[in-house]
Design a protein around this ligand. Structure first.
Ligand SMILES: Nc1ncnc2c1ncn2[C@@H]1O[C@H](COP(=O)(O)OP(=O)(O)OP(=O)(O)O)[C@@H](O)[C@H]1O
Ligand SMILES: [Mg+2]
Length: 208
């Protein structure tokens, strides 16, 4: 099988991490070579950047600095993890990728989308996802799930509800703009039903 990059996207608590785990188990059940990774934090360098970006309390990050730190994480991750894995024929399941930066730093923070597109192109050296699954849930639903889970909110999660609504709008706009690459899944359904949908989409997509 050819290596592929499959990305899991959406607002906080939409189910990315849960679905990535279920998808990994499913792919491994028929001996597919699969790796699960994430942005930020998919490399050793990236783990440091992730801490700087997400640790609550570190609020003195200017918007453009934030954008560049995400880009630095992405560049290292593509070079060190994603490209080698794809070359070996592995399916890479990645928790967030370029669309997160469009949604959060573009729509959320209000930075210029064209500049972010260019920066994403530099950071990835043009490597786009083969498929991006967007788990669409209302921001209130996602944040309530996270609150219920008892996790402490990180720096981004503690942003205003309006910020998260703009991010959600960004995802909707991206899905409408790139219908071949981005598939919307109703993330408000049960985990089992969402996973069935993921499997159906991947089954038709991985054939090629
Ligand atoms: N379809 C679902 N229905 C109800 N609860 C769910 C569903 N999917 C995930 N959850 C629960 O919601 C919480 C958040 O899920 P998860 O961590 O997978 O989201 P996430 O998108 O990775 O969040 P984050 O953006 O913070 O990383 C978890 O407690 C998880 O068990
Ligand atoms: Mg997660």
């Amino acid at each position: 099988m050819k290596g592929k990059l499959i990305v899991f996207e959406g607002v906080e608590g939409c189910g990315k991490t849960s679905q990535i785990q279920l998808t990994q188990e499913w792919l491994q059940s028929f001996n597919t070579s699969v790796v699960v990774t994430r942005q930020p934090g998919g490399t050793e360098l990236g783990l440091h950047l992730r801490r700087l970006l997400l640790e609550a309390g570190s609020n003195l990050i200017a918007d453009r600095t934030e954008l560049l730190l995400y880009a630095a994480d992405r560049s290292q991750h593509v070079e060190q993890v994603i490209k080698p894995a794809i070359r070996e024929g592995t399916i890479v399941l990645c928790d967030r990728y370029t669309d997160s930066t469009i949604a959060y730093q573009g729509w959320g923070r209000g930075l210029d989308i064209n500049l972010i597109d260019q920066l994403n192109a530099i950071a990835t050296s043009g490597l786009q996802s083969d498929l991006t699954l967007w788990f669409d849930v209302d921001v209130e639903v996602g944040l309530a799930r996270k609150r219920g889970g008892g996790d402490k909110f990180d720096r981004i999660e503690r942003e205003t509800i309006e910020f998260h609504r703009r991010v959600q709008k960004g995802y909707a706009h991206l899905a409408a703009s790139y219908p071949e690459r981005i598939v919307r899944i109703d993330g408000s359904l049960s985990q089992e039903v969402v996973q069935q949908k993921v499997q159906a989409i991947l089954t038709s997509k991985l054939k090629t």
